[in-house]
Design a protein around this ligand. Structure first.
Ligand code: ZN
Length: 228
């Protein structure tokens, strides 16, 4: 399958890694990005099951987690219904959910796995190659990838969490143009999430400014913004 997938970072073909690991890995020989493929007959919606919780958190903190390719296929004819990539820079601990430890009687007793909470990832963090069986434009895939690369510059995970929070707020407004007041509408929700922070509105403005500086948003003046 790797033969048909291009690397969303550089456009070159990705190759299946020839290792013996149980996961299906792909990498790009040109730009060295690494991808882990997960496939399922069931459409990925809210969350997906992943490996050990502790390993995942450790990898996130060391920024050596891979990008994820997620594939849904129809069990009848194996036709691809959805195929998308989640860039690794969208992974923060809060999207990793701890599962209940396995029981004492299990072979791996007390082992703790994790789920990746897909619905906590902003829209731009799910880049579709195929959506509802429709093939998406190659150029758009490459561009969307580039659009959020700035998140890699943010090494501090809590600071990155804030940018992602505000990106999600903008997503939920579901429109191209919006106002600062509309984003302030999420103040309470953000306050609940960050109870120690006394300056939520300042924090919102600061993230919007950052998103503007990084070319993710455009500032139209008078408290108006536009998603690029
Ligand atoms: Zn590449």
């Amino acid at each position: 399958m790797g033969r048909e997938i291009f690397c969303p970072a550089c456009g070159d073909t990705v190759t299946k890694s020839d290792n013996n690991s149980p996961v299906l890995d792909f990498n790009c020989l040109r730009c060295r990005e690494e991808y882990e493929l997960k496939s399922s007959k069931i459409i990925f919606s809210r969350r997906i099951v992943d490996g050990a919780y502790a390993t995942m958190i450790e990898r996130l903190q060391g920024s050596n987690n891979p990008n994820f390719f997620l594939l849904n296929y129809s069990p009848r004819d194996y036709e691809v219904s959805n195929f998308f990539v989640i860039p690794k820079h969208f992974f923060v601990p809060e999207i990793i959910e701890k599962r209940k430890p396995l029981s004492e009687s299990a072979r791996r007793a007390r082992w703790v796995g994790c789920n990746i909470v897909l619905q906590s990832i902003p829209q731009t963090g799910k880049i579709f190659y195929v959506k509802d069986k429709q093939i998406q434009q190659r150029e758009a895939i490459l561009q969307t990838w580039k659009k959020t690369l700035f998140l890699r510059e943010e090494k501090e995970i809590s600071a990155k969490g804030w940018v992602l929070d505000v990106m999600r707020c903008v997503d939920s407004l579901a429109k191209k143009e919006f106002t600062l007041d509309e984003v302030y509408g999420f103040e309470q929700a953000l306050q609940a999430k960050h109870p120690g922070n006394k300056h939520i509105k300042d924090k919102i403005r600061q993230q919007l400014q950052l998103l503007r500086d990084k070319g993710y948003l455009e500032f139209k003046g008078k408290g108006k913004y536009r998603v690029i």
